[in-house]
Design a protein around this ligand. Structure first.
Ligand code: EPU
Length: 339
């Protein structure tokens, strides 16, 4: 049984690097330790927070309960059919390392999601996505410990109710499950997915016409390294806001006054607006409030320039939201979980 840690610093467990403390923390390194942790009388009545890489969370203060640090490890090829591979990783595996491992096994498909910070177990919670791909597309199932029943359950794609940066784990099932492992089914008939503007441009600059999966992987890594700050050197949680979706009429009215507006048409005729463009247009790029700032190379990313608190980041995000609402009539929704 893993030991209970007292008054534990969470600084290394959240990518904003906020220096807050948990009253208690414990590492979960074997699946059996979830039930043990649940029944530990010393913490049973306290609030509980399950943390993977802490890459999509704003910790606003010391945590008064117990934090479970998910460190479950293991990756494997589960099975192979005539036209697919099934790969699995335990929840505590680093997401990027898992993507690289899949490629090394000859199982392609996840390479557009290279370098996304965080763990495999956190990936389904917000249906991580980048460069034209979301995990929902290749997701097969996950195993999770159901804190309500004490049982291990298997959830398929429908049960996870994936949406854009969204799933059942952010809604009806929030705080109900501890994800243990995740499976993906990858088609053997691989096709490069290279249409996303930034990726296509970068491949063209490298004179790559027909990219291999490895070349997509390397190019995505390079693009991300240019645009997105490395949490190891500048605290952040990736995109802070979702790209908002507006109806066709609102889009037309906005586009009439803002010809540069960046938007992507959705299957139902609505438009997903580039929140980064809206924020940039309002002059927020590079601006700071206390130690919290808008990243100077990507307006959708809020950063901790040093010494910022969760409250500073929330104050900055609120100021941005107010401004975008006043100027464009568009509500921005935060991507990270606020605790
Ligand atoms: N843009 C600006 N100013 C900026 C940045 C971008 O005007 O400072 C414009 C760009 O010119 C572009 C548009 O906004 O036309 C969109 O920008 P970009 O392609 O960089 O993507 P994004 O919408 O900002 C989304 C995801 C990212 C993901 C990239 C690539 C969301 C909330 N964010 O960002 O995901 O990596 O696309 O697919 O959907 C994350 O979720 O944490 C994340 C980083």
């Amino acid at each position: 049984m893993s030991s209970l840690l007292n008054d534990y610093s969470l600084r290394a467990h959240n990518t904003f690097g906020f220096d807050v403390r948990a009253r208690f923390a414990r590492r979960i390194e074997h699946e059996t330790e979830v039930a043990e942790a649940l029944h530990d009388a010393r913490t049973a009545s306290l609030p509980r927070l399950v943390l993977g890489g802490g890459s999509n969370i704003v910790l606003t203060g010391d945590y008064p309960g117990v934090v479970w640090l998910v460190g479950l490890r293991g990756r494997r090829i589960v099975d192979e059919t005539h036209d697919t591979w099934c790969v699995e990783a335990a929840a505590g595996e680093n997401w990027h390392d898992f993507v690289a491992w899949c490629l090394a096994q000859g199982c392609f498909g996840l390479e557009n999601l290279a370098l996304i910070p965080g763990t495999v177990g956190a990936a389904p919670i917000q249906n991580i996505g980048a460069y034209g791909l979301e995990i929902a597309e290749y997701f097969e199932s996950l195993r999770a410990f159901d804190l309500a029943s004490g049982e291990i359950v298997e959830l398929d794609c429908a049960a996870c109710a994936f949406g854009y940066r969204d799933s059942v784990f952010k809604r009806a099932a929030r705080d109900r499950f501890v994800i243990l492992s995740v499976r993906f089914r990858l088609p053997k008939a691989w096709r490069a997915r290279a249409a996303y503007a930034d990726l296509a441009r970068s491949l063209a600059e490298r004179a790559i016409d027909e990219p291999t999966a490895q070349e997509i992987f390397e190019t995505v890594v390079a693009v991300r390294q240019i645009k997105l700050p490395d949490p190891a050197t500048l605290g952040n949680a990736g995109s802070f806001f979702k790209n908002p979706v507006v109806g066709a009429a609102q889009y037309a009215a906005l586009a009439a006054v803002e010809p540069g507006l960046v938007a992507y048409e959705q299957p139902d005729g609505s438009r997903k607006l580039a929140a980064a463009w809206l924020i940039d247009r309002c002059g927020w790029k590079g601006r700071a409030l206390s130690g919290a700032a808008v990243h100077d190379r990507q307006a959708l990313v809020l950063v901790n320039r040093g010494g910022a608190t969760g409250a500073d980041v929330l104050a900055l995000s609120q100021a941005i939201r107010d401004d975008i609402l006043a100027r464009f009539g568009v509500e921005l929704e935060a991507e990270p979980v606020v605790v």
